[in-house]
Ligand binder design. Structure first.
Ligand SMILES: Nc1ncnc2c1ncn2[C@@H]1O[C@H](COP(=O)(O)OP(=O)(O)O)[C@@H](O)[C@H]1O
Ligand SMILES: [Mg+2]
Length: 309
């Protein structure tokens, strides 16, 4: 890969006091200017990984460099390049939006720049709230205020730890738009999520992390093709003892004597559902109910793990 690597993580391990291995040898290269999604279930190690890059969690072993600087040895240098929107909301409730964002910029030793603060507040649709107290903001606005704070010192890299957890779908879309605009302004963005849909909507590349290990890193479209399996559960009016031979060519699993699950690729050109339903009819089986669901993240992990062995 000849791309311009901005962050390089080599064999990163983190064992917390008490012995929990949160990261078990992570290798990852993040390209300048991309949006990378770290996708994984709760407890996978996403926050630990982000915090290690930001210099908040000290690695047990391994190295991380940001633009050629080591995050432990050159902490001040690397931290100044990074903005972090943490997973937990903790805001200074009684401060006003503009003041607070401006103040945060000062913490990084940057000169006051009201025009820049105005720009980020406008970009994040928070300008009309500039004189509101932080505690008066809605949940989604608080998230955006956290992003404004993280951007206050003009970082080149922005980390967003579960930016849309608990945020409603409209605000989620606003957030995605704001993130894409930041990318257009040259900011490299790393976000964590446990929503497949979010990784799909927003990122250029996706790293799937589970149990302290990165299972796969791939560009989004290729990965989504691998992960785009959906299940259609088909319930029948009458029980039967086995899958009729005319349906053998389909990827079917019997759940019990009156229900089958059909797995199909939701990103493929044809799902095969129409043909399957016709063949079911020809086999003389009568439908009771149909139910489609996205493959769970857990199932996808199992599948990816099987493939990577
Ligand atoms: N400070 C800590 N001390 C001990 N264990 C921790 C600490 N922080 C996180 N962990 C554990 O490390 C694992 C990974 O946590 P985390 O990185 O927060 O996962 P994620 O962000 O993917 O949900 C979890 O099992 C968690 O309980
Ligand atoms: Mg987390």
């Amino acid at each position: 890969m000849s791309a311009d690597i901005l962050i390089k993580i080599d064999n990163l391990k983190k064992t917390f006091q008490g012995g929990l291995e949160a990261l078990k040898g992570v290798n990852l290269e993040i390209q300048r200017g991309e949006i990378l999604a770290l996708l994984g279930p709760n407890g996978a190690g996403k926050t630990t990984l982000i915090n290690a890059i930001c210099g908040i969690v000290l690695p047990t072993s391994g190295t991380i460099s940001v633009d050629g600087y080591d995050v432990v040895k050159d902490f001040r240098k690397t931290r100044s390049m990074i903005g972090l929107v943490p997973q937990e909301l903790h805001l200074e409730a009684f401060e006003k939006v503009f003041q607070n964002v401006s103040y945060t910029r000062g913490l990084y030793g940057k000169k006051k720049d009201p025009a820049y603060i105005e720009k980020i507040l406008k970009d994040l649709s928070l300008w009309d709230k500039k004189d509101s107290k932080l505690r008066e903001l809605s949940g989604g606005m608080k998230k955006r205020a956290l992003i404004a704070k993280a951007l206050s010192h003009e970082p080149k890299i922005l980390f967003l730890d579960e930016p849309t957890a608990g945020v409603d779908i409209n605000l989620r879309r606003d957030m995605w738009r704001a993130v894409k605009e930041l990318k257009e302004n040259g900011v490299t963005i790393i976000l964590t999520t446990h929503y497949i849909e979010e990784a799909e909507a927003i990122s250029d590349r996706v790293s799937v992390i589970n149990n302290g290990e990165i299972i796969i890193t791939d560009n989004k479209n290729d990965l989504m093709r691998k992960m785009g399996q959906k299940n259609l559960t088909i319930e029948f009016q009458e029980p039967f003892s086995q899958i009729p031979s005319t349906l053998e060519s389909y990827n079917l699993k019997m759940n019990n004597n009156n229900s089958l699950t059909y797995s199909y690729d939701s990103h493929g050109s044809s799902t095969g559902i129409t043909a399957l339903l016709q063949d079911i009819k020809s086999a003389g089986l009568k439908l009771k109910d149909l139910n489609s669901s996205q493959t769970s993240l857990e199932t996808i992990f199992e599948k990816l793990l099987e493939e990577s062995v």
